[in-house]
Write a protein of this length. Structure first.
Length: 396
């Protein structure tokens, strides 16, 4: 009974870790941090993002296998400490080479968390006999992540105003270390039968990769999510130019970003209600991506500040949270001892799609931000309407 209470307690601890780890104070002033304090050109900033995403891609599966080999608790602890180290490295010197090294550390931190917390949450539910609550729990994890982003976005602007553009990055060390402390209290649930030997790292990596590559349902889910998520990712880089074109002062960008995060929280909090309202999981996925796509198209057709702000919130609300819903559906097809590795493999495919699509979005945006939004919107709508996923595959 005490073990079961520990597994249930894991869920609240994991939500706290998500909130703390994602308190990115620096996100509120990221461009000024790079250009004003760091002295970078905008092209260098975009190169740093591509560099970061490349390392996310390279490290995703190896770090997921670390979680399956050493344990998800150890992975979360290591990721939190490395995130703190990356922030300290970033503010050590305004130098492009230093920034490149810091981005590699941040990528390692993110990938050590990626998949590990969801895998630990799902297996904690399973060990406590509460597996049916997986979708609700994973949605709550994402909501806590967004809550951390909202709080940090608002606070980060004030930190920069009082202490300088590098201060938000320096202050991030505190929540990162708090996430480490909370991770130390997690209780690792069993993922293999009692008395079974633990396979080696290489065996876990091979078996997890083989399982993922051989599962047609997981591949189909990953393919659809990778395409639509890569298209939706464009809004993260283009929403500020859209707000600037509509005449919004820079000081209020964080307010729109916070509203978009709150919209995602509201969406994730009502996933089960929306499924019942629409009558199926497949319809929810189609309706969400079609709504996001329509918002993207409309963003390309209007320069009204009120409309632009509302459409940005809608675009974020109905596109980015779909990854969480897909994760809940995927978990039903993955055995516990391969969960972190397989989830990381899926995440790696999504990252590769972003790496491939981002440069094209940048080239299109140089031509026309408005037309780029319409192209991305049309792609999102097509991705949802022509999906080959079936309801039975989502049921598991």
């Amino acid at each position: 009974m005490s073990a079961q209470r520990g597994y249930v307690a894991n869920l609240w601890k994991l939500m706290g870790i998500r909130l703390l780890f994602w308190m990115h104070f620096f996100a509120a002033v990221l461009i000024p941090f790079y250009t004003e304090w760091g002295g970078l050109r905008l092209s260098q900033v975009l190169f740093l993002n591509s560099w970061f995403m490349l390392w996310i891609f390279l490290l995703e599966v190896p770090t997921g296998t670390v979680a399956d080999f050493l344990g998800r608790k150890a992975s979360l602890m290591a990721g939190s400490v490395i995130a703190a180290a990356a922030a300290l490295l970033y503010v050590s010197k305004p130098d492009f080479t230093v920034f490149l090294a810091a981005e590699v550390l941040f990528a390692a931190a993110f990938t050590l968390h990626s998949g590990a917390d969801e895998a630990l949450a799902y297996d904690s539910l399973k060990a406590a006999g509460l597996e049916s609550g997986a979708k609700r729990t994973l949605a709550a994890l994402e909501s806590f992540k967004l809550g951390g982003i909202v709080a940090a976005t608002i606070a980060g602007g004030f930190m920069a105003g009082y202490f300088g553009y590098e201060a938000p990055m320096r202050f991030y060390v505190l929540p990162a270390l708090a996430a480490f402390a909370l991770a130390c209290t997690l209780q690792e649930p069993p993922v293999r039968a009692a008395g079974a030997s633990r396979p080696g790292y290489g065996a876990i990596l091979r078996e997890g990769a083989r399982f993922f590559a051989g599962n047609r349902v997981l591949l189909a889910m990953t393919a659809e999510l990778a395409v639509t998520n890569a298209l939706a990712w464009g809004l993260i880089w283009l929403f500020q130019p859209l707000l600037a074109a509509a005449g919004l002062p820079v000081a209020y960008y964080g307010v729109v970003h916070a509203a978009a995060c709150l919209g995602q929280i509201a969406f994730l909090s009502n996933v089960e209600r929306l499924e019942k309202l629409l009558g199926s999981k497949r319809r929810l996925l189609t309706a969400s991506v079609a709504t996001a796509g329509a918002a993207f198209v409309l963003l390309g057709l209007t320069d009204s500040l009120t409309a632009v702000a509302a459409l940005i919130v809608a675009g974020f609300t109905f596109s980015l949270p779909r990854a969480v819903i897909f994760s809940a559906y995927m978990n039903r097809h993955i055995p516990s001892d391969k969960r972190a590795t397989v989830l990381s493999a899926s995440s790696m495919c999504r990252t590769l799609a972003i790496v491939a699509v981002n440069p094209l979005i940048g080239l299109l945006a140089d031509w026309s931000v408005a037309n780029t939004m319409m192209i991305l919107g049309a792609g999102l709508v097509a991705g949802g309407l022509f999906s080959r996923l079936e309801e039975g595959q989502l049921e598991g």
